[in-house]
Design a protein around this ligand. Sequence first.
Ligand code: NZQ
Ligand code: ZN
Length: 386
Amino acid sequence: MNNFEFKNPTKIIFGKDTIKQLETEIPKNAKVLLLYGGGSIKKNGIYDQVKKALANIELVEFGGIPANPEYATLMEALKVVKEENITYLLAVGGGSVIDGTKFLSAAAVFDGETPWDILTKNIRTEKGMPFGTVLTLPATGSEMNSGAVITRRETKEKLAMGGPGLFPQFSILDPQVIASIPKRQLANGIADAFTHVLEQYMTYPVGAMLQDRFAESILQTLIKVAPKVLKDPTNYKAAANFMWSCTMALNGLIQKGVPTDWAVHAMGHELTALFGIDHARTLAIIAPSHYKYNFDTKKAKLARYADRVWKIKKGSKDDKAYDAIEKTVDFFHKLGIDTKLSNYTDDYEGTAEEIAKRFTDRGWLGLGEHQNLSPDKVKEIVKMSY
Ligand code: NZQ
Ligand code: ZN
């Protein structure tokens, strides 16, 4: 096992009817900016619950943060933060609203010229404006980590940011919010969380027995609850297990002491930036080709995954490893998620070259757990995903 440090300061408040606890989590003297997305919270009752809990707190609102939170929209929100002398941010939404709020938390204290530099120059936020979240869509784990991904339509870019100052102070996870999520977003959430685990597991063995078993148990839980959640999102038991799995998949715990990959996400983000494909679907497009292309260096873990997660007991190590990739593709298909770029766009020719060029320009010359996935290899993997 590799050396590691682990600190996660986010307080999780999990369970039925917990949104009302907002009242005691936000400092009484705070001036709060309530941030939300396209309006789903106004239809499903979450907005009313939040407003009721915050009846005695000074509140300003900013709605309309789109999926794949858009820089231009967030800059409008930043104006509100400054003009209204906001002291506390509250995200009520999925990964997009939470990530947008993290950007604002960083931008509010940023003393440079253009906040976009936070993303392009990898400026880590040591201390941001304090914020909390009410999670409405289990998927990204953003509710308990310190990372964010921001999109800029103008330049067709989607870049990551983070830092120890960007953990939410608290996150409220009431699994009942799942009842109103459309099937497509539920499937996305399952696929995203599943791939988060794979990015931190499908590397090479370092004797980290507990981390491996944590990872496998999250994958097994997601496989088990996926059909139940899709069939009936009001099934509380399934919803609760789904929600907690998504948080545990990316709160930092399972990646401690082990190598991590994250190349699937790096390539996937480009497909969202170029074609607007949902984040989770880009991962389902890239992951199978990535594992096939890097078969030799990943096959020890692939074979273990075959055995532990998919219960494939027969065949050689290579056979098992290969079968596990096929099982993963089948899992995505069962969620209703297509796994080829050509299923999403006819305009895919040249995509591999474009992504390889972008990575070269950014100096991303060696991705993955061995830091040897060069833009040339990225090009091959993206081509295999057409
Ligand atoms: O905008 P509204 O109207 O609220 O509708 C949203 C949105 O259209 C809807 N929704 C959310 N909760 C709902 C609901 N509809 C009905 N009932 C509810 N309870 O779902 C749609 C998608 O929401 P979004 O927040 O975009 O989804 P998700 O949570 O999947 O977030 C995706 C974003 O997170 C980033 C992705 O790149 C993408 O930009 N990620 C963030 C990560 C992180 N911070 O750690 C890691 C991930 O790998 C990922 O990159
Ligand atoms: Zn993801």
